[in-house]
Ligand binder design. Structure first.
Ligand code: BGC
Length: 738
């Protein structure tokens, strides 16, 4: 054990005082009064040493982090997640600087720290905020033993373009769902109070509109009307503000020509003045520097001025603030008050975390013992099962009986690399592969890669071998899709097909004439038209994290009856993108839905509808909705009405259904989406059982930003729908009067 390890071993972690807001305000004011301008500016900088380089005692400080800290020129650290490294840096901040202000440490813990949950898009398909809150509290508990004090999560960007690799980090295409799930993540990370020893800060990203990058191309620009921004993109961030998220990250993109990172309209007018946000805003990695690439200025000093004056508090990685702010103050180009306000927000966060009470709060000896606890793995399995979406089940090819001889074929069959993008501190060896899961569940299964994800020379040989194995089997399970490294940041794709030669493999297997079930590994909606037409069963398996194989096997065997519902519409072809459920109507609607509906809004070659709509997902049983009714068909002002429906399990096994509430305005002063998602409910039903579910409809749910920029339902007629996905057509009519 080296010297630092010995010191860490002696650290204690008593419960920290939960301080009231006023108390923290006073403490911050007192500290600020002792700080020089330079020290205040120092708090606004986050540097990113290379964690691997500073491991142990071999402190390779090529980024100059230690010097920054010693000079009081650094408020936080990005990317350090080994307690020993965090300890060394924190010790310098606390013991070797004039005021001993502790650092905080940020990392992207996106879908789990060491226990890895499904990718976020998959988890959103559970429509289950309680499970997501539990998962993020586990992520926080593990992180809180490795030195990490804030995670750059949740990402609540609304996404409509699956070409964008980062859809995997999102809650899908709907802002109402993202509002609910975003809050659940924050509650899990931050728990009751940030001073808790297992609570860490949440940073909501990417503010704003990053999910609308043009053509799905990473780091591209965004152009949204204010109405579109406010109705579809901003509500998810705002609800995270309401949940008191510690921080918000500005996005890389421009909006209406202005980079978010120096966008005063977003960072001050909306965030501070309209929403009353009190936490701090951090830039995304080098996005301050990129303002020059956006051609807003050629002058690095001006970058500092633009960002500070726009409302950006903390600069990630680029160092314009510490380089230029003092000079800008001397030149009267920025105000010391603005710097103080930003510094105040950073210090407030540190006080809230309790870092002034115990700067080593998150630093533990042998953190391993706090990771991967059995109850964490159980939760990972439960969420993984809830994230799986059954897309097709012809002739009830699923579930597959355990006495059947199964061949599991495809590049995802044997791999344990199922962590998915942004895998935190997850380890491949701790994942259960698809094959292992099938074995664990008692199947007589033979697995083969069949071909590579990429398309390689030896694919011919692999295919031949796989075909030989398949010939012996009764059922073919296909583990196909896209590799995990093609999803996440910097992973835009122009095609959404199965990668490499997988389609050729599947087409050749089909010639064997056996029942075939496709299990798709992916971080985004892929183009599944061919698979839908040619396979008997289709399961969307995403990247499900540690418990991938066990979760898939439980669905395949029927031990778990699938419940997941898609949160992004699946296109029929790439050319149909963006396709999403809440599109605006058109002046020439196609009654047939296309194709070739003369002079109507449609394609000549495919229908307008998506292959699978938002909210879609099958079960092994069937459900029937009947008797949709309203308690009253006309409401005024703040009056409410209750919409109810009876659901019956009409199939052959018990099951759970996630019912969805939609509204449609028949007219309005601006064109409104053809449907708007407003609520959901999980209902478990035994065979032949009927239950009634209800939703309250109020003024707020009917409101929309009208032509005078007022949120109002106007005096209009609405249709109220409840169904099992967004294509539901059964409605009741409601009149609203102010
Ligand atoms: C990503 C952010 C992330 C940050 C820090 C950036 O490249 O856009 O989402 O939080 O890096 O890792």
């Amino acid at each position: 054990m080296n010297l630092y390890e010995e010191q860490i071993k002696k650290l204690s972690h008593p419960p920290l005082p939960k301080r009231r807001k006023e108390e923290i305000q006073n403490l911050v004011a007192e500290l600020l009064s002792k700080m020089t301008l330079r020290e205040k500016i120092g708090q606004l900088f986050q540097t990113a040493p290379n964690d691997a380089h500073i491991e142990g005692l071999r402190f390779d400080d090529s980024h100059g982090t230690v010097q920054y800290i010693k000079e009081g020129l650094c408020g936080s650290i990005l990317g350090v997640h080994t307690p020993i490294n965090a300890y060394q840096l924190q010790r310098i901040a606390v013991e070797e600087t004039r005021l001993g202000i502790p650092l905080f440490f940020g990392l992207d813990i996106i879908h789990g720290c060491r226990t890895i949950f499904p990718i976020n898009l998959a988890m959103s398909c559970s429509f289950n905020p309680e499970l997501i809150e539990k998962a993020s509290s586990v992520a926080a508990a593990e992180s809180a033993h490795t030195g990490i004090s804030i995670t750059y999560s949740p990402m609540v960007d609304v996404v409509r373009d699956p070409r964008w690799g980062r859809v995997m980090e999102s809650n899908g295409e709907d802002s109402y769902l993202s509002r609910i799930l975003g809050r659940a993540y924050i509650r899990g990370y931050q728990q009751d109070d940030l001073s808790g020893n297992q609570a860490i800060g949440a940073c909501v990203k990417h503010f704003a509109g990053y999910g609308a990058v043009e053509a799905g191309r990473e780091y591209n620009s965004v152009d949204l009307s204010d109405r579109q921004l406010r109705m579809n993109y901003l509500p998810a961030y705002q609800s995270c503000v309401d949940e008191d998220c510690a921080s918000i990250m500005s996005s890389f993109n421009v909006i209406d020509g202005v980079p978010s990172t120096c966008n005063r309209y977003l960072l001050t007018d909306i965030l501070r003045n309209e929403w009353g946000y009190e936490g701090f805003v951090i830039s995304d990695y080098t996005s301050t520097f990129e303002i020059m690439n956006h051609k807003i200025t050629t002058d690095a000093k001006e970058v500092a001025k633009l960002c500070l004056n726009a409302g950006l508090d903390h600069e990630m990685v680029s160092n314009h603030y510490i380089t230029y702010l003092e000079e800008l103050v001397r030149e009267n180009q920025v105000d010391t008050h603005t710097i103080e306000e930003s510094c105040k927000r950073i210090l407030t966060f540190k006080y809230k975390l309790g870092l002034f009470d115990n700067p080593y709060k998150y630093i533990y000896h042998e953190p391993e013992q706090y990771m991967q606890l059995p109850e964490y793995r159980e939760l990972a399995l439960e969420i993984a099962k809830n994230s799986i979406v059954l897309l097709k089940n012809e002739n009830q090819v699923l579930p597959v009986q355990k006495n059947k001889k199964v061949a599991l074929i495809g590049p995802a069959a044997l791999t344990k690399n199922v962590v998915g993008g942004w895998g935190g501190l997850g380890r491949v060896e701790e994942c259960v592969s698809f094959y292992e899961g099938m074995k664990n569940s008692g199947y007589d299964v033979i697995a083969h890669e069949g071909c590579s994800f990429e398309g390689a020379e030896h694919d011919d040989q692999l295919m031949e071998e796989a075909l030989r194995i398949a010939a012996e089997a009764e059922v073919l399970l296909l583990a196909i899709g896209e590799p995990d490294y093609l999803t996440g940041e910097w992973s835009s794709r122009s095609e959404l097909c199965l990668t490499g030669r997988q389609l050729e493999l599947v087409a050749r297997l089909k010639l064997l004439g056996k029942p075939m079930i496709g299990v798709i590994f992916s971080g985004r909606p892929l183009d599944l038209t061919w698979c839908t037409d040619n396979l008997d069963g289709l399961i969307y398996g995403w990247y499900l994290g540690n418990e991938t194989g066990n979760a898939l096997a439980s669905v395949i065997s029927g031990d778990y009856n699938p419940t997941g519902k898609l949160t992004m519409s699946f296109p029929r072809r790439v050319g149909q993108i963006p396709v999403y459920y809440n599109q605006l109507p058109t002046g020439r609607p196609s009654l047939t839905g296309g194709p070739r509906d003369l002079f109507k809004s449609c394609y000549t070659d495919i229908p307008n509808s998506p292959l699978y709509p938002f909210g879609y997902g099958l079960s092994y049983t069937t459900f029937n909705y009947k008797n949709l009714r309203l308690s009253t068909n006309c409401i005024k002002g703040l009056e409410e009405t209750v919409v109810s429906v009876d659901i019956t399990n009409t199939g052959r096994c018990p099951g759970k259904i996630i019912s969805q509430l939609y509204i449609e305005a028949l007219s309005f002063s601006v064109s409104r989406p053809v449907k708007e998602f407003k609520g959901f409910e999980h209902t478990y039903l035994e065979v032949s059982e009927t239950k009634t579910i209800s939703f309250v409809i109020n003024r707020e749910m009917l409101s929309y930003l009208n032509i005078y920029n007022e949120m109002t339902p106007e005096n209009r007629t609405y249709r109220i729908f409840i169904g099992s996905d967004s294509s539901t057509s059964d409605y009741q009519q409601l009149e609203y009067k102010e």
